[in-house]
Design a protein around this ligand. Structure first.
Ligand code: MTE
Length: 323
């Protein structure tokens, strides 16, 4: 079952596309004008500022790898979610290689002293990619263990000197119909967008990944660069990033826009907070199982087992409200 299939049928599929888009535009305009009484609501709905949490390097390193059985390269590269290339699990791997990953540039802007559009090489200049073996838990209930290759996201972001107004970071995927056949269908409100609180983005576990198993990322895994946030559900790990923007307020995120009661902004893995339509208490690990794609169910852990590393960022936060 794909994430899309798992969702209730969205209004756009039962409403004519133009009517649907128009309704979105009108609701947006009314909200902006305050006519729907949402203006105040948005403010009240901002999460509390993060607590001051200190990073203990030794504790962080303990999260950089795991002895758990790794998911095979074959499974990591053939069982994917990348709706720009189709909504089926095999679609992204089977799609024609239409994504042009070179040249590639990323526009970084917003609340920072040094905005700019950089080539991929310049963006990562001087940073040595490291291997991080992380658990990867999809909101749908399956999980993998993947050796990623990447650089700490915070090391890249610091280069742009975010200002004190940079409370969040917004990320955007490429949206080019010629390169991404899935964009011809309104599966999501394209481009795919994600966001993090600034302390989450700066956290040592947050990775800007360029490879898997020592090889450059394939198209289906989000070439040439994507996020990896092992303590959050997989959909936060946005692929094929072309823009990074420092913002003051909680940014738009694609899945939250699609169904806000089902996909919260934080989306931290949490077995105690069920998805409205299924439990999140257990998961099926895709790892070392050969032809048996799904292994038996195992318990899901708070923050996907990274509570030691990331828990302090959420001290005092009501994880049911801010799911
Ligand atoms: N990024 C973009 N641009 N488009 C997507 O459809 N899917 C997300 C995330 N990033 C997605 C995306 C979801 S739902 C998951 S679970 C992970 O990518 C899957 O990553 P993987 O296919 O490399 O395992």
């Amino acid at each position: 079952m794909s994430l899309r299939e798992a969702l209730r049928i969205p209004s756009r599929e039962i409403t004519d596309e133009t009517v649907y888009r128009d309704r979105r535009r009108i609701v947006g305009a009314l909200a902006a004008s305050g006519a729907l009484g949402l203006a105040g609501c948005a403010k009240a709905d901002a999460p509390p500022p993060p607590p001051a949490s200190k990073i203990d390097p030794a504790r962080m390193r303990a999260g950089f790898t795991t002895n758990e059985t790794r998911t095979t390269y074959q499974d990591v590269t053939t069982y994917n979610n990348f709706y720009e290339f189709g909504t089926g699990k095999a679609d992204p791997a089977n799609a024609p290689r239409t994504l042009r990953t070179s040249p590639w540039s990323v526009a970084v802007g917003g609340q920072c002293a040094k905005p700019g559009r950089l080539s991929l090489d310049d963006l990562l200049k001087g940073l040595k990619p490291e291997e991080r073996v992380y658990r990867h838990r999809c909101v749908e209930g399956w999980s993998m263990v993947i050796p990623w290759l990447g650089v700490p996201l915070g090391d890249v972001l610091k280069r742009f000197e975010p200002t004190s107004k940079a409370k969040f970071v917004a990320f955007t995927t490429l949206a080019d119909r010629k390169q991404m056949p899935g964009l011809s269908y309104p599966a999501l409100d394209w481009p795919y967008r994600e966001g993090l609180r600034i302390d989450e983005a700066m956290h040592p576990l947050a990775l800007l990944a360029t490879g898997i198993y020592g090889k450059p990322l394939l198209q289906q895994n989000g070439a040439p660069l994507r996020l990896v946030l092992p303590w959050k559900y997989g959909f936060k790990s946005i692929k094929s990033i072309v823009a990074i923007t420092f913002v003051e307020h909680m940014p738009f995120t694609s899945w939250n826009d699609e169904a806000s009661d089902e996909y919260g902004f934080f989306s931290n893995v949490n077995p105690a907070v069920d998805h409205p339509r299924w439990s999140q208490k257990t998961e099926r690990r895709i790892a070392g199982t050969g032809s048996k794609l799904f292994a038996d169910r195992i318990p899901t852990r708070l923050f996907n087992g990274y509570a030691e590393q990331v828990g302090s960022m959420y001290a005092g936060l009501d994880l049911r409200k801010w799911f």
